[in-house]
Design a protein around this ligand. Structure first.
Ligand SMILES: NC(=O)c1ccc[n+]([C@@H]2O[C@H](COP(=O)([O-])OP(=O)(O)OC[C@H]3O[C@@H](n4cnc5c(N)ncnc54)[C@H](O)[C@@H]3O)[C@@H](O)[C@H]2O)c1
Length: 290
């Protein structure tokens, strides 16, 4: 196992939004050398600021020491050119939940990453891993490594082998996630929603439908679950935290897979996405944010 752990030192993270920034932070804090890729210089700057602010907060809250923060920053590098991922041992893709965009990235990574047994992972919440795997010439080395939001805080990671993924890849990914990153891993089959979203998304959609129908106010729905069921955050606040575009995309993938009416995104959710009200990340969702 030790041998397996030490052979992953250079990590690439594609996308530096909420999840990519969090995953890069987790990896850098764990002593790995991390390169982060974004689409444009502007997006990269926003992502870098997000990441550095989060590391600064972790130090302020004494989650890490100042020398640990500085060492993590030293391990981070940033690029807009995926060509720079040639020497990566592990790449974790965390871009928008869009099958076409992700597929193209896996095709590029397949061309670029030179190490023959590198692991190519996706943080997708719902897109079938096998579709990303077969877009490459190494479908045995593609796996889902699904972190939770915010990645530096949430302990869980779902490991999702595609039908094509080798057991060796699963074991190596598990060793990284548990041994190096200090997370708790659970395994799920390559079925849209995996374990957690398969349970969570219908619940969030039910809350949106309840709000949409006028049955209760957003505050009463959230207070109901916070004070009645001891949830740390009510469903509408949680949907805002996840991002309403992501909730809608995951719901669409799950509905496409199972044709289960409970997975169908309610009209209000789609209208809010169309209006650019994506939740916390856009400044407004079910609630306004500063
Ligand atoms: N938000 C959550 O709670 C959550 C939890 C677990 C998993 N996920 C998954 O993580 C992924 C990212 O979600 P997010 O919440 O971070 O979204 P986000 O909108 O915050 O970030 C997505 C980022 O991807 C970047 N991007 C888009 N195309 C790119 C490309 N071709 N190359 C490089 N970067 C590109 C965008 O510029 C953006 O910064 C999705 O697959 C989502 O399903 C999200």
């Amino acid at each position: 196992m030790t041998e397996t752990l030490t052979d992953i030192a250079r990590v690439g993270v594609v996308g530096c939004g909420q999840m990519g920034a969090g995953i890069a932070e987790v990896a850098a804090r764990s002593g790995l050398e991390v390169m982060v890729a974004e689409t444009t210089g502007e997006a990269l700057e926003i992502g870098r600021t997000r990441l550095l602010n989060s590391l600064a907060k972790a130090a302020e809250r004494s989650k890490i020491t100042e020398p640990e923060r500085d060492a993590a920053i030293d391990r981070l590098s940033f690029t807009t050119d995926l060509g720079e991922f040639a020497d990566r041992d592990l790449v974790i893709e965390a871009v928008v939940e869009n099958e076409q965009v992700k597929t193209e990235i896996f095709q590029v990574l397949d061309q670029v990453v030179t190490r023959s047994d590198a692991i190519l992972a996706s943080n997708t919440s719902s897109i079938p891993l096998v579709k990303l795997a077969v877009a490459t010439s190494r479908p045995d080395q593609v796996i889902g490594i699904h972190f939770f939001n915010p990645a530096p805080v949430q302990r869980l990671v779902e490991l999702i082998p595609a039908l094509t993924t080798s057991e060796e890849t699963v074991l190596r990914a598990e060793a990284v996630v548990t041994g190096l990153l200090g997370k708790h891993a659970i395994r799920a089959q390559d079925r849209s929603g995996f374990v957690v979203n398969a349970l969570l998304i219908p619940y969030l959609l039910a809350a949106v439908r309840m709000f949409e129908s006028g049955a209760a106010s957003r505050e009463d729905i959230d207070n109901g679950m916070e004070m009645g069921c001891a949830h740390p955050m009510g469903p509408l606040k949680l949907a805002d935290l996840i991002g309403l575009d992501t909730v809608a995309s995951v719901a669409d993938s799950m509905y496409a897979e199972f044709k289960e009416p409970l997975y169908a995104a309610p009209p209000l959710l789609q209208r809010m996405v169309d209006a650019g009200r994506l939740g916390r990340k856009s400044g407004a969702g079910f609630y306004p944010y500063a």
